[in-house]
Design a binder for this molecule. Structure first.
Ligand code: SAH
Length: 345
């Protein structure tokens, strides 16, 4: 019989579990501390937990972490991590050290169902959602891998999948990452959830009051272009999306991030840039321009550098903070939109 995973349970759920086993809530807090704060990978390691309780726990539960199958280093210092899940499916995450930060880009689904036409993951379709344990597990495993090199400082939910389409697991994972005492104690300012633009999910996330950063994969400033690139735009058009963005609660220092993949002759003209500046008027926005990352069979090209810089110039002139994000790990298939793991590798 398969045992259920302790990883992915909220600290409060671990407390409830301890009580259900006849122990005190305090024991549940100890378990949470061992898993999330001390990175324990085995029940036996929980030395201050009564032996009987450990034994009882082991009958029904385990500490299940995704199995790090491969860690491929890129020339730019990033590393692509491929995880094998308990059912042999695979997802990847990318570790990106930069300027004293270590950012982990992690996955929330196996595959993705939103079929953005420029995205390789989108060609896979959706296989399944990850559990909260599999999402948090990627972070725990990355921190273990780093060891003495430090700890992941920032997490972006920008790997495979659509985070807001796996809502319950996403929010559980976020709560575990944020919990300052019994969880991983990340400041919500260091966590960024990226979405294709699921309006109902954006509204729900706003109501959770988690204060995490929101990133929108925008990629076009007109419904015509966006509708051709991203099928989701036919369910929620730009007007509906921007209204949801404006409702999302921000602290005084927070911005909404907008990702804009640059596709030659599709969305990269000065007119496109002006339309984008107009769309973002009145929004506390930061724009990340992502030059298209190629993959075999893709029907798009990256614009020449002067065109990217001209586009950026229009936005900067309009007073919008805009950076060009050269993706990490392009040489190892780890760049934005390049993640696709085969079922068996
Ligand atoms: N589903 C979520 C999380 C994925 S984030 C979302 O779409 O926001 C990954 C980012 O990389 C998204 O902005 C996506 O549109 C972008 N992307 C996808 N394919 C790309 C490619 N080939 N080159 C550059 N960026 C790409």
């Amino acid at each position: 019989m398969s045992r259920s995973n302790l990883v992915g349970l909220l600290p409060s759920e671990l407390e409830d579990l301890a009580v259900s086993l006849g122990a005190s809530r305090y024991r549940g807090r100890q378990i949470a501390t061992w898993i999330y704060r001390k990175g324990a990978v085995e029940l036996e390691a929980m030395s201050d937990l009564p032996k009987d309780l450990r034994k009882q726990l082991a009958e029904s539960h385990e500490i299940g972490l995704p199995d790090l199958e491969r860690a491929t280093p890129s020339q730019d210092g990033s590393r692509k991590l491929v995880f094998r899940l308990a059912d042999d499916r695979r997802v990847s995450a990318v570790l990106m050290p930069d300027d004293g930060r270590i950012t982990l880009c992690l996955s929330t689904q196996v595959g993705c169902g939103y079929a953005c036409v420029f995205c390789l993951t989108g060609t896979m379709g959706l296989d399944r959602n990850l559990t909260a344990g599999e999402i948090v597990g990627q972070l725990l495993a990355a921190n273990t891998l780093l060891g003495d090199e430090g700890r992941v400082t920032h997490v972006v939910f920008m790997g495979m999948g659509e985070p807001l389409a796996n809502y319950a697991s996403l929010v559980a994972a976020l709560r575990i990452m944020i919990d300052p005492k019994l969880g991983l104690a990340y400041s919500p300012k260091r966590l960024t959830v990226s979405t294709v633009g699921l309006v109902s999910g954006i509204d729900k996330l706003g109501r959770e009051d988690l204060k995490v950063n929101l990133a929108i994969s925008l990629h076009a400033a007109t419904d015509d272009v966006r509708g051709r690139l991203m099928p989701i735009n036919r369910s929620w058009n730009l007007e509906a999306l921007m209204a949801a963005v404006k409702r999302y609660p921000l602290t005084s220092r927070q911005h909404v991030f907008f990702e804009y993949v640059m596709l030659e002759d599709v969305n990269d003209s000065a007119e496109d840039a002006r339309a984008l500046a107009r769309l973002l008027r009145g929004v506390k926005a930061k724009v990340n321009l992502i030059p298209f990352n190629d993959w075999e069979g893709a029907h798009f090209r990256r614009p020449p550098l002067p065109r990217i810089l001209a586009f950026q110039g229009v936005l900067l002139d309009a007073g919008i903070t805009t950076t060009v994000r050269w993706s990490k790990g392009e040489d190892i298939g780890a760049a934005c939109g390049q993640l696709k793991e085969l079922a068996s590798a």
